[in-house]
Design a protein around this ligand. Structure first.
Ligand SMILES: *Cc1c(COP(=O)(O)O)cnc(C)c1O
Length: 387
């Protein structure tokens, strides 16, 4: 039978995450590939979800999300960043950040349009831009004095008359970059000058290290009215399986995104919304402890990878570290990642898959450190021994 998949989705077959996780299971390797924590969220948040189920919050919630969660998101944005969003008209609850991104892209871009994204990028960006029939235009992040950043001229050159939107992910997966005020001011200037919409992916907003601080792009001059801000509970509360996210934006954008969202999923699951509202209101202290613990895990894994012979790019945020296996004699990240379970019993992700042109990222592999210390230590011991 010929491939029934529509042409624009060819090339988006099985994701590398599924493939590498299956490889980990098959070989008994330690999985530092996919970025999910191996410890659960705050007890009171988990308890609140159970309570919501028992209390009968099991039918369709309002399409825009339950009022408690919209109010909690609005309060969180105000308290943390000084941004005011009306919980009744400027906040929309979605099925994770993934649905928010897909709905925003499908609502704002169509055939012939272009969407700029910093490369390497989270895999759903290219797929949703393709679903929209639009074209993704990458601006490559490259290492510069210890962190990955972009060349301002390259961003300027990427804008054409067809550009509709720029997707900005900070803290950045997979590079771990937290964009500085100067970088964001430059992006904002480009958006204002060319009348572009910014779609921000801020799912790691709490997970920044050392003196790096997350700054929302929408808080820069001229940006509130043109930014669709997206975040999610998954990474903040270590509940990646709950798929509860949100959009904050001016009302016309919320209406546009909601128009698409209602036909993708109609609504998100009700019980999690109660639990996440509780978390945003009462468990940000737990999140700070998670942040500190991830910073220590970053240091633990980075030092371990260095001792095993990798060149390591220490991230300023997120769950991930970029490592370069060239000092170990491995030039190609994808071949290396496929061989690593056999060589050392560890699974990582070849970063090339996050690039529009995989060759541009072929030297890097991504390791996740959102794992128990003993798992990180065992992985490091295996790498030191096996490589
Ligand atoms: C994990 C992740 C997401 C997905 O968030 P969900 O809320 O699980 O949909 C989106 N963007 C980035 C950069 C991520 O790492």
């Amino acid at each position: 039978m010929s491939d029934p998949l529509v042409g624009r989705m060819r090339g988006f077959g099985t994701t590398i995450f599924a493939e590498m996780s299956a490889l980990a299971v098959r070989t008994g390797a330690i999985n530092l590939g996919q970025g999910f924590p191996d410890e659960g969220g705050p007890a009171s948040v988990l308890e609140r979800a159970v309570e919501a189920v028992r209390a009968g919050d099991n039918q369709y919630p309002p399409g825009i999300g339950i009022p408690e969660l919209r109010r909690a998101v609005s309060e969180q944005r105000l308290a943390r960043y000084g941004q005011a969003y009306d919980p009744d008209t400027e906040v929309l609850v979605t099925v994770g950040a993934t649905e928010a991104i897909a709905s925003a892209v499908l609502a704002l871009a169509g055939p012939g349009d272009e969407v700029i994204a910093f490369e390497p990028f989270y895999d759903s960006y290219a797929a949703t831009v393709a679903l929209a029939g639009a074209r993704i235009v990458p601006v490559t992040l490259r290492p510069d004095s210890g962190r990955f950043t972009f060349d301002p001229d390259e961003l300027r050159r990427a804008v054409t008359a067809r550009t509709k939107a720029v997707i900005v992910n900070s803290p950045h997966n997979p590079c771990g970059t937290v964009f500085t005020a100067d970088e964001l001011r430059f992006v904002a200037g480009i958006c204002v000058e060319h009348d572009l919409t910014a779609i921000t992916d801020e799912v790691y907003e709490y997970l920044t290290f050392d003196d790096a601080a997350h700054l929302p792009l929408a808080s820069f001059p001229g940006m509130r009215e043109r930014t669709v801000t997206i975040s999610s509970a998954g990474k903040t509360f270590s509940v990646t399986g709950w798929k509860t996210g949100w959009v904050c934006a001016p009302e016309p954008y919320i209406q546009a995104v909601r128009t698409v969202k209602q036909f993708l999923t109609y609504v998100g699951a009700a019980p999690w919304q109660h639990a996440v509202a509780h978390g945003l209101r009462h468990e940000l202290g737990w999140v700070e402890a998670l942040r500190a613990s991830l910073q220590a895990k970053r240091d633990r894994l980075s030092a371990g990878l260095e001792s095993a012979g990798f060149t390591v790019h220490r991230p300023q945020g997120t769950y991930f570290v970029q490592a370069d296996p060239r000092p170990l004699g491995h030039e190609d990240g994808e071949a290396f990642a496929r061989a690593l379970p056999g060589l050392a019993g560890v699974v990582c992700i070849p970063t090339g898959v996050f690039y529009a042109e995989p060759a541009r990222g072929r030297h890097y592999v991504r390791f996740a450190f959102c794992k128990k210390d003993e798992v990180i230590d065992e992985a490091v011991a295996r790498l030191r021994h096996g490589l």
